[in-house]
Design a protein. Structure first.
Lengths: 82, 145
């Protein structure tokens, strides 16, 4: 799995992207967020930021979106283009 | 249909002229700029390569379906821009003006809330990520059906 972190979230977690082996039993976005938040203080935004957005395979997704090991996931703040 | 995500500038006049074609009775275009005031030194646009093109493509295709557009063009820049510089172009061509106007507004409202770009503003006091506006969400919601 590839995970991207954009904009202000990237600055918080200190990482722009990573290759991640999806552990057994983590099969939704919600579960992934909880798992990542366990990495430490810098990662609390993954569960505490209510405005956090997520995309799975380049489509906007939500907490209940299912995940597979070869998915591409991205976490980011609300978009501000245009 | 032309959907482009690029760092370099575009010529709005040329893009609009390119939307003429058989059956086109009206072309509407919008250009978004980096709003200049004395405070802002630069605006940097970050994006999610791959998803940005797809998101803009999906939005443009929905506009074509809903308003019977004959052609549509969306160009969005990324990178570090100065006040007054062009950020985005949306052009819509239809048989009649109402469809062209509404589709252009729809594309901008959806782009503002669904296309993965993020703005970082630099001022004399430092830099900050621009906050998304609730108003943009409301503008997008009114097109839901």
């Amino acid at each position: 799995m590839k995970i991207f972190y954009f904009a202000g979230l990237r600055e918080k977690v200190g990482l722009s992207e990573e290759h991640f082996d999806l552990p057994e039993g983590i099969d939704t976005v919600r579960a992934l967020r909880a798992h990542l938040a366990g990495r430490g203080e810098n990662w609390q935004a993954l569960t505490q930021d209510r405005m956090l957005r997520v995309a799975v395979n380049q489509q906007m997704a939500g907490a209940d979106t299912p995940l597979k090991g070869d998915d591409e996931v991205a976490f980011f703040p609300p978009v501000t283009g245009g | 249909m032309k959907i482009t995500v690029q760092p370099h500038d575009f010529d709005a006049g040329e893009e609009t002229a390119a939307l003429s074609g058989s059956g086109v009775g009206g072309i509407v275009s919008f250009v978004g700029l980096v709003r200049g005031d004395d405070e802002v030194l630069s605006m940097t646009l970050e994006h999610y390569p791959g998803m940005t093109e797809r998101a803009l493509q999906d939005i443009a295709e929905e506009a074509v379906r809903r308003w019977n557009l004959l052609d549509v063009s969306v160009i969005h820049r990324y990178g570090r821009l100065r006040p007054g510089e062009r950020i985005v172009y949306v052009g819509t061509a239809a048989a009649h003006r109402r469809e062209a106007f509404e589709a252009c507004e729809f594309i901008m409202d959806y782009l503002k809330t669904r296309a993965p770009f993020w703005k970082y503003e630099e001022t004399h006091d430092g830099g900050r990520w621009v906050d998304a506006r609730a108003e943009d969400e409301f503008s997008a919601e009114r097109w839901q059906r």
